[in-house]
Design a protein around this ligand. Structure first.
Ligand SMILES: [Zn+2]
Length: 378
């Protein structure tokens, strides 16, 4: 056998021995897409706004078959623009895809009343196979009223708006000072068919009530309940809410204990002021506060509406919102070693104002005197 013949034979044998898998070359599949929400809740007054859904979990599964047989490829989180990308090395055969999303990450979960919830955003029909490209862009998945499937589900759209709003609020808070971030994962449940038919916040969860007859969801309510959770995370006491609701089933009575009135008045003020910071075109700061006249400071600090009005006055006149939130933080050098303590019934607005005056140059003695004279002119 000549050398050339030998070389040819070696080549032929080598090719016969090539494993089957390498013959059908693998492809790099790059699956991309984007999650956004179209917020048209008050389209009568404002242009709808489209916002990215950042930090959302996305799961992709694929199959070679028309009958099913999906296998999970990966679960990733969307980036700050709502984009996701999954890269896998698989055979080059065309596939059908399913894509799910879940409003859940380390900082926030927005779910229906049952909790767990993967939403199926894409489910290719049995004959719709996709061939691999350098990048298979699945396009934008837009939660919007009128959209097909779960993307257009009334409650899912509102949960997506809630997600976009709260992730922006969390960013706003942490950008001002890391201490202002929520101290733990925030949960929001909507629709929550709460026993008492009211929206409320407990520990780490905001429950937004909805049933056949009433639906409490709006941005203000979501933010109000979320700021209750924020308050729990940033004060050093445990508030006895039960004492507040016994007798009248309400935490908004005309005269509550000062700590309850402060909880409620603060949640309302902080919610609207934060919405203003996030979206000044839509929220005119605290334009709709109503000053409630009470003859004494003691009565003012027992009424949540009067507390809200006083806090709005303080913000409007002198203190930025971030400073007002930072008043919750203890500072031993300035005489307030503990974080704001709302565990005692008598701790409320007046103690809070004292703290802020001691802790912040943005609330001077003269401004303090002036504020007290405004709310209690006697
Ligand atoms: Zn409340």
């Amino acid at each position: 056998m000549s050398r050339i013949m030998l070389a040819l034979l070696v080549l032929v044998v080598a090719s016969l021995m090539t494993p089957q898998a390498a013959l059908a070359a693998d492809c790099t599949w790059r699956i991309t897409g984007r999650l956004v929400v179209k917020d048209a809740e008050d389209a009568f007054y404002y242009q709808p706004v489209v916002r990215p859904l950042a930090g959302v979990k996305v799961r992709v599964a694929a199959t070679l078959y028309s009958w099913g047989g999906f296998t999970a490829w990966d679960t990733v989180e969307t980036d700050s623009t709502g984009r996701f990308q999954i890269t896998q090395t698989k055979s080059c055969s065309a596939r059908r895809f399913r894509v799910w999303a879940k409003l859940d990450n380390a900082d926030l979960r927005v779910s229906n009343g049952d909790g767990e919830e993967w939403m199926l955003l894409r489910d290719d029909p049995s004959s719709a196979f996709t061939r691999p490209l350098n990048s298979n862009d699945l396009g934008a998945f837009t939660f919007a009223q009128g959209a097909v499937g779960v993307l257009g589900d009334h409650f899912a759209v509102r949960r997506a708006i809630t997600w976009a709003m709260l992730t922006r609020a969390m960013d706003w808070l942490e950008d001002r000072d890391p201490w202002l971030g929520f101290g733990r994962k925030l949960h929001v449940r909507y629709p929550a068919n709460t026993p008492a038919g009211s929206s409320w916040a407990a520990f780490d969860t905001a429950y937004i009530h909805a049933d056949e007859v009433s639906d409490h969801w709006d941005r203000g309510t979501v933010m109000h309940e979320s700021m209750h959770v924020w308050n729990y995370d940033h004060n050093s006491g445990i508030t006895n809410w039960l004492a507040a609701v016994i007798g009248d089933n309400s935490t908004h009575s005309e005269q509550e204990n000062p700590n309850i009135a402060f909880h409620e008045g603060f949640a309302e003020f902080a919610a609207w002021q934060l919405l203003h910071e996030l979206d000044p075109a839509r929220y005119n700061g605290y334009s709709d506060w109503v000053y409630l006249y009470f003859p004494t400071l003691a009565q003012i600090e027992r009424n949540d509406g009067a507390v809200t009005s006083t806090l709005a006055l303080l913000e409007g006149a002198t203190m930025p919102l971030a400073d007002m939130l930072l008043c919750f933080r203890g500072n031993a050098a300035l005489g307030w070693p503990a974080d704001l303590e709302l565990g005692h019934a008598d701790n409320g607005l007046l103690m809070y104002l004292d703290r802020c005056n001691d802790l912040f140059a943005s609330f001077t003695d003269a401004e303090y005197v002036s504020l007290l004279q405004t709310i209690d002119p006697q």
